[in-house]
Design a protein. Structure first.
Length: 321
Protein backbone atom coordinates (compact mmCIF):
# COMPACT_ATOMS: atom_id res chain seq x y z
CA UNK A 1 0.00 0.00 0.00
CA UNK A 2 2.80 2.42 0.92
CA UNK A 3 4.56 1.67 -2.35
CA UNK A 4 1.33 2.28 -4.28
CA UNK A 5 0.81 5.59 -2.49
CA UNK A 6 4.39 6.66 -3.25
CA UNK A 7 4.01 5.74 -6.92
CA UNK A 8 0.78 7.73 -7.10
CA UNK A 9 2.50 10.70 -5.46
CA UNK A 10 5.39 10.50 -7.91
CA UNK A 11 2.96 10.35 -10.83
CA UNK A 12 1.00 13.38 -9.63
CA UNK A 13 4.08 15.42 -8.82
CA UNK A 14 5.77 14.37 -12.05
CA UNK A 15 2.75 15.37 -14.14
CA UNK A 16 2.70 18.87 -12.70
CA UNK A 17 6.42 19.46 -12.89
CA UNK A 18 6.97 17.88 -16.29
CA UNK A 19 4.33 20.21 -17.70
CA UNK A 20 6.35 23.15 -16.37
CA UNK A 21 9.57 21.73 -17.76
CA UNK A 22 8.08 21.16 -21.20
CA UNK A 23 7.18 24.83 -21.27
CA UNK A 24 10.77 25.73 -20.40
CA UNK A 25 9.83 27.16 -17.04
CA UNK A 26 12.67 26.88 -14.50
CA UNK A 27 11.93 26.29 -10.83
CA UNK A 28 12.20 29.22 -8.46
CA UNK A 29 13.46 26.99 -5.62
CA UNK A 30 16.15 24.30 -5.77
CA UNK A 31 16.76 21.90 -2.88
CA UNK A 32 20.01 19.99 -2.40
CA UNK A 33 19.71 16.66 -0.58
CA UNK A 34 22.30 16.52 2.20
CA UNK A 35 23.46 13.38 4.02
CA UNK A 36 25.55 14.54 7.02
CA UNK A 37 28.88 12.85 7.60
CA UNK A 38 28.72 11.36 11.09
CA UNK A 39 32.50 11.20 11.33
CA UNK A 40 32.89 14.93 10.78
CA UNK A 41 29.52 16.66 10.71
CA UNK A 42 31.07 20.15 10.83
CA UNK A 43 33.21 19.48 7.76
CA UNK A 44 30.29 18.00 5.83
CA UNK A 45 28.01 20.92 6.74
CA UNK A 46 30.70 23.35 5.59
CA UNK A 47 31.12 21.37 2.36
CA UNK A 48 27.43 21.54 1.57
CA UNK A 49 27.36 25.24 2.35
CA UNK A 50 30.07 25.60 -0.30
CA UNK A 51 28.05 23.50 -2.74
CA UNK A 52 24.98 25.61 -2.05
CA UNK A 53 26.97 28.80 -2.74
CA UNK A 54 28.18 27.49 -6.09
CA UNK A 55 24.74 26.24 -7.14
CA UNK A 56 23.37 29.67 -6.21
CA UNK A 57 26.07 31.35 -8.29
CA UNK A 58 25.27 29.05 -11.22
CA UNK A 59 21.53 29.73 -11.16
CA UNK A 60 21.47 33.37 -10.14
CA UNK A 61 19.49 35.43 -7.65
CA UNK A 62 16.14 34.52 -9.20
CA UNK A 63 16.38 31.02 -7.70
CA UNK A 64 16.37 30.24 -3.98
CA UNK A 65 18.79 27.39 -3.19
CA UNK A 66 18.24 25.34 -0.04
CA UNK A 67 19.96 22.37 1.62
CA UNK A 68 17.87 19.74 3.39
CA UNK A 69 19.46 17.11 5.67
CA UNK A 70 18.33 13.51 5.25
CA UNK A 71 18.82 10.35 7.29
CA UNK A 72 20.41 7.86 4.90
CA UNK A 73 21.17 6.93 1.29
CA UNK A 74 17.67 5.54 0.72
CA UNK A 75 16.14 8.84 1.81
CA UNK A 76 18.32 10.69 -0.72
CA UNK A 77 17.18 8.41 -3.55
CA UNK A 78 13.55 8.78 -2.49
CA UNK A 79 13.83 12.57 -2.34
CA UNK A 80 15.14 12.79 -5.90
CA UNK A 81 12.56 10.29 -7.18
CA UNK A 82 9.66 12.20 -5.67
CA UNK A 83 10.94 15.70 -6.38
CA UNK A 84 11.22 16.72 -2.74
CA UNK A 85 14.90 17.38 -3.51
CA UNK A 86 16.37 18.50 -6.83
CA UNK A 87 20.10 17.83 -6.57
CA UNK A 88 21.97 14.96 -4.92
CA UNK A 89 25.65 14.22 -4.54
CA UNK A 90 25.62 10.88 -2.76
CA UNK A 91 27.37 7.78 -4.17
CA UNK A 92 27.16 6.14 -7.55
CA UNK A 93 25.13 3.27 -6.11
CA UNK A 94 22.56 5.62 -4.57
CA UNK A 95 22.19 7.28 -7.97
CA UNK A 96 21.88 3.87 -9.61
CA UNK A 97 19.19 2.68 -7.20
CA UNK A 98 17.10 5.71 -8.22
CA UNK A 99 17.98 5.39 -11.92
CA UNK A 100 16.80 1.77 -11.93
CA UNK A 101 13.38 3.06 -10.88
CA UNK A 102 13.27 6.05 -13.22
CA UNK A 103 15.66 6.56 -16.15
CA UNK A 104 15.00 10.31 -16.02
CA UNK A 105 17.25 10.35 -12.95
CA UNK A 106 20.58 11.25 -14.55
CA UNK A 107 24.15 12.13 -13.52
CA UNK A 108 25.30 15.49 -14.83
CA UNK A 109 28.69 16.16 -13.18
CA UNK A 110 31.55 14.36 -11.51
CA UNK A 111 35.16 15.21 -10.71
CA UNK A 112 38.70 13.90 -10.77
CA UNK A 113 42.34 14.91 -11.16
CA UNK A 114 42.55 17.41 -14.06
CA UNK A 115 38.91 16.56 -14.79
CA UNK A 116 39.96 13.20 -16.30
CA UNK A 117 37.08 10.68 -16.13
CA UNK A 118 39.57 7.80 -16.23
CA UNK A 119 41.15 9.02 -13.00
CA UNK A 120 37.86 9.85 -11.31
CA UNK A 121 37.53 7.38 -8.46
CA UNK A 122 38.35 6.25 -4.96
CA UNK A 123 39.26 3.06 -3.14
CA UNK A 124 36.75 0.60 -1.70
CA UNK A 125 38.10 -1.75 0.95
CA UNK A 126 37.29 -5.06 2.57
CA UNK A 127 39.11 -5.15 5.89
CA UNK A 128 39.41 -7.12 9.08
CA UNK A 129 40.71 -6.51 12.58
CA UNK A 130 44.51 -6.51 12.68
CA UNK A 131 44.48 -9.43 15.10
CA UNK A 132 43.27 -11.64 12.22
CA UNK A 133 46.16 -10.62 9.96
CA UNK A 134 47.90 -13.98 10.30
CA UNK A 135 44.86 -15.67 8.73
CA UNK A 136 45.62 -13.92 5.42
CA UNK A 137 49.39 -13.63 5.16
CA UNK A 138 50.94 -15.32 2.14
CA UNK A 139 47.61 -15.87 0.41
CA UNK A 140 46.30 -14.59 -2.93
CA UNK A 141 43.38 -12.16 -2.95
CA UNK A 142 41.03 -14.95 -4.01
CA UNK A 143 42.26 -17.11 -1.14
CA UNK A 144 41.80 -14.19 1.25
CA UNK A 145 38.21 -13.73 0.11
CA UNK A 146 37.60 -17.46 0.57
CA UNK A 147 38.78 -17.06 4.15
CA UNK A 148 35.65 -14.97 4.86
CA UNK A 149 33.19 -17.76 4.12
CA UNK A 150 31.21 -18.62 7.24
CA UNK A 151 32.47 -15.54 9.09
CA UNK A 152 30.52 -12.43 10.19
CA UNK A 153 30.58 -9.42 7.86
CA UNK A 154 29.47 -5.77 7.88
CA UNK A 155 28.24 -3.73 4.92
CA UNK A 156 27.64 0.03 5.02
CA UNK A 157 24.11 0.26 3.60
CA UNK A 158 22.22 -1.44 0.80
CA UNK A 159 22.69 1.59 -1.50
CA UNK A 160 26.34 2.28 -0.75
CA UNK A 161 28.57 1.78 -3.79
CA UNK A 162 31.82 0.89 -2.06
CA UNK A 163 30.11 -0.31 1.12
CA UNK A 164 27.77 -2.86 -0.48
CA UNK A 165 27.52 -3.08 -4.27
CA UNK A 166 31.26 -3.46 -4.93
CA UNK A 167 32.02 -6.03 -2.20
CA UNK A 168 28.84 -7.95 -3.08
CA UNK A 169 30.04 -8.12 -6.68
CA UNK A 170 33.46 -9.36 -5.51
CA UNK A 171 31.85 -12.32 -3.72
CA UNK A 172 29.33 -12.88 -6.53
CA UNK A 173 32.02 -13.16 -9.20
CA UNK A 174 33.84 -15.81 -7.21
CA UNK A 175 30.89 -17.80 -5.88
CA UNK A 176 27.96 -16.94 -8.19
CA UNK A 177 26.92 -18.42 -11.56
CA UNK A 178 30.20 -17.41 -13.25
CA UNK A 179 32.29 -18.73 -10.36
CA UNK A 180 31.90 -21.80 -8.18
CA UNK A 181 28.07 -21.64 -8.50
CA UNK A 182 27.71 -21.96 -4.72
CA UNK A 183 25.47 -18.87 -4.72
CA UNK A 184 22.36 -18.41 -6.85
CA UNK A 185 21.09 -15.05 -5.53
CA UNK A 186 22.82 -11.99 -4.12
CA UNK A 187 20.71 -11.99 -0.96
CA UNK A 188 22.81 -15.00 0.03
CA UNK A 189 25.59 -12.43 0.42
CA UNK A 190 23.76 -9.34 1.64
CA UNK A 191 21.02 -10.79 3.86
CA UNK A 192 20.96 -14.52 4.50
CA UNK A 193 23.23 -16.26 7.01
CA UNK A 194 24.91 -19.57 6.24
CA UNK A 195 22.16 -21.31 8.23
CA UNK A 196 19.76 -19.91 5.61
CA UNK A 197 22.00 -20.82 2.70
CA UNK A 198 24.00 -17.60 2.82
CA UNK A 199 27.74 -16.96 2.60
CA UNK A 200 28.32 -15.38 6.03
CA UNK A 201 27.52 -16.51 9.55
CA UNK A 202 26.10 -13.06 10.29
CA UNK A 203 25.43 -9.93 8.23
CA UNK A 204 25.39 -6.48 9.82
CA UNK A 205 24.95 -2.98 8.38
CA UNK A 206 26.91 -0.10 9.89
CA UNK A 207 24.51 2.50 8.48
CA UNK A 208 27.46 4.56 7.24
CA UNK A 209 31.15 3.95 6.52
CA UNK A 210 32.22 4.97 10.00
CA UNK A 211 29.73 2.55 11.52
CA UNK A 212 31.08 -0.33 9.47
CA UNK A 213 34.68 0.59 10.30
CA UNK A 214 33.86 0.63 14.01
CA UNK A 215 32.30 -2.82 13.80
CA UNK A 216 35.51 -4.13 12.21
CA UNK A 217 37.93 -2.23 14.45
CA UNK A 218 36.09 -3.32 17.60
CA UNK A 219 35.98 -6.93 16.34
CA UNK A 220 32.18 -7.00 16.37
CA UNK A 221 32.42 -8.63 12.94
CA UNK A 222 35.22 -10.67 11.43
CA UNK A 223 35.45 -8.44 8.34
CA UNK A 224 33.58 -5.66 6.57
CA UNK A 225 33.42 -3.03 3.85
CA UNK A 226 34.25 0.69 3.85
CA UNK A 227 35.91 3.28 1.64
CA UNK A 228 38.19 6.26 1.35
CA UNK A 229 39.74 7.69 4.52
CA UNK A 230 37.11 6.37 6.93
CA UNK A 231 39.53 3.78 8.24
CA UNK A 232 42.30 6.29 9.01
CA UNK A 233 41.19 6.83 12.60
CA UNK A 234 41.55 3.09 13.23
CA UNK A 235 44.45 2.34 10.86
CA UNK A 236 46.40 0.54 13.58
CA UNK A 237 43.41 -1.75 14.16
CA UNK A 238 42.67 -2.65 10.54
CA UNK A 239 44.13 -5.01 7.95
CA UNK A 240 43.07 -4.57 4.31
CA UNK A 241 42.06 -7.81 2.59
CA UNK A 242 40.88 -6.45 -0.76
CA UNK A 243 40.89 -3.09 -2.56
CA UNK A 244 38.87 -1.91 -5.59
CA UNK A 245 38.80 1.33 -7.57
CA UNK A 246 35.30 2.88 -7.77
CA UNK A 247 34.07 5.80 -9.94
CA UNK A 248 33.51 9.00 -7.97
CA UNK A 249 29.89 9.74 -7.22
CA UNK A 250 28.07 12.20 -9.48
CA UNK A 251 25.88 15.22 -9.04
CA UNK A 252 22.53 13.85 -10.15
CA UNK A 253 19.07 15.21 -10.83
CA UNK A 254 15.65 14.03 -11.95
CA UNK A 255 14.73 15.47 -15.35
CA UNK A 256 11.06 15.06 -14.43
CA UNK A 257 11.63 17.89 -11.97
CA UNK A 258 14.47 19.91 -13.50
CA UNK A 259 14.46 21.68 -16.85
CA UNK A 260 17.37 21.44 -19.30
CA UNK A 261 18.24 25.14 -18.99
CA UNK A 262 18.92 24.70 -15.27
CA UNK A 263 20.98 21.58 -15.92
CA UNK A 264 23.04 23.42 -18.54
CA UNK A 265 23.70 26.29 -16.13
CA UNK A 266 24.96 23.87 -13.47
CA UNK A 267 27.23 22.04 -15.92
CA UNK A 268 28.62 25.29 -17.33
CA UNK A 269 29.35 26.72 -13.89
CA UNK A 270 30.98 23.69 -12.29
CA UNK A 271 33.08 22.62 -15.28
CA UNK A 272 34.64 26.09 -15.19
CA UNK A 273 35.05 26.20 -11.42
CA UNK A 274 38.57 26.76 -10.06
CA UNK A 275 40.07 27.74 -6.73
CA UNK A 276 40.47 31.24 -8.14
CA UNK A 277 36.82 31.82 -9.09
CA UNK A 278 35.10 29.71 -6.41
CA UNK A 279 32.91 31.67 -3.98
CA UNK A 280 34.77 30.07 -1.08
CA UNK A 281 38.50 30.06 -1.81
CA UNK A 282 38.89 26.92 0.33
CA UNK A 283 36.66 24.89 -2.00
CA UNK A 284 39.53 22.82 -3.44
CA UNK A 285 41.57 22.65 -0.22
CA UNK A 286 42.34 19.29 1.37
CA UNK A 287 41.48 20.65 4.81
CA UNK A 288 38.22 22.51 5.19
CA UNK A 289 37.23 22.17 1.52
CA UNK A 290 34.40 20.50 -0.36
CA UNK A 291 36.46 17.33 -0.91
CA UNK A 292 37.45 16.89 2.75
CA UNK A 293 37.00 13.10 2.43
CA UNK A 294 39.38 12.76 -0.52
CA UNK A 295 42.27 10.33 -0.20
CA UNK A 296 44.55 12.50 -2.32
CA UNK A 297 45.11 16.23 -2.79
CA UNK A 298 42.01 17.83 -4.37
CA UNK A 299 43.83 21.00 -5.41
CA UNK A 300 44.15 19.60 -8.95
CA UNK A 301 40.55 18.38 -9.14
CA UNK A 302 38.25 19.63 -11.87
CA UNK A 303 34.60 18.91 -12.52
CA UNK A 304 33.58 17.29 -15.79
CA UNK A 305 30.27 16.72 -17.53
CA UNK A 306 29.14 13.11 -17.22
CA UNK A 307 26.29 10.82 -18.18
CA UNK A 308 24.79 7.40 -17.51
CA UNK A 309 27.47 5.60 -19.55
CA UNK A 310 30.14 6.60 -17.03
CA UNK A 311 28.28 4.58 -14.36
CA UNK A 312 27.59 1.50 -16.49
CA UNK A 313 30.04 -0.40 -14.25
CA UNK A 314 27.75 0.18 -11.26
CA UNK A 315 24.49 -0.14 -13.18
CA UNK A 316 25.55 -3.55 -14.50
CA UNK A 317 26.32 -4.66 -10.94
CA UNK A 318 22.91 -3.47 -9.82
CA UNK A 319 20.86 -5.19 -12.52
CA UNK A 320 20.48 -8.48 -10.69
CA UNK A 321 20.61 -7.14 -7.14
Amino acid sequence: MKKLMRLCMVAMLGLGVMTGCSEGKAKEEITIAFLPNETDSQASEAAYDMLKEEVQAALGDGVEVKVTPLDDYNAVAEAILTGTADIAWESGATFTSAYMQNENVVPILSYGPQGDPEKSGYNAYIGTNIKHKADFEGKSEEEKIAQLKGKSFSFVSSTSTSGCVVPTTTFWKLYGPDGTKELTSKDQITTKTNKEGGFFSEVQYGGDHQGSVELIANDKVYAGAYCCTYGDKYKDDLYVISQSFVPNGPMWVNKDYMDQVTIDKLVEHFTNLTSENAINKNFFNKDGGFFFEAEDDPSNYKFFKTDVDHYKFIIDMYKDQ
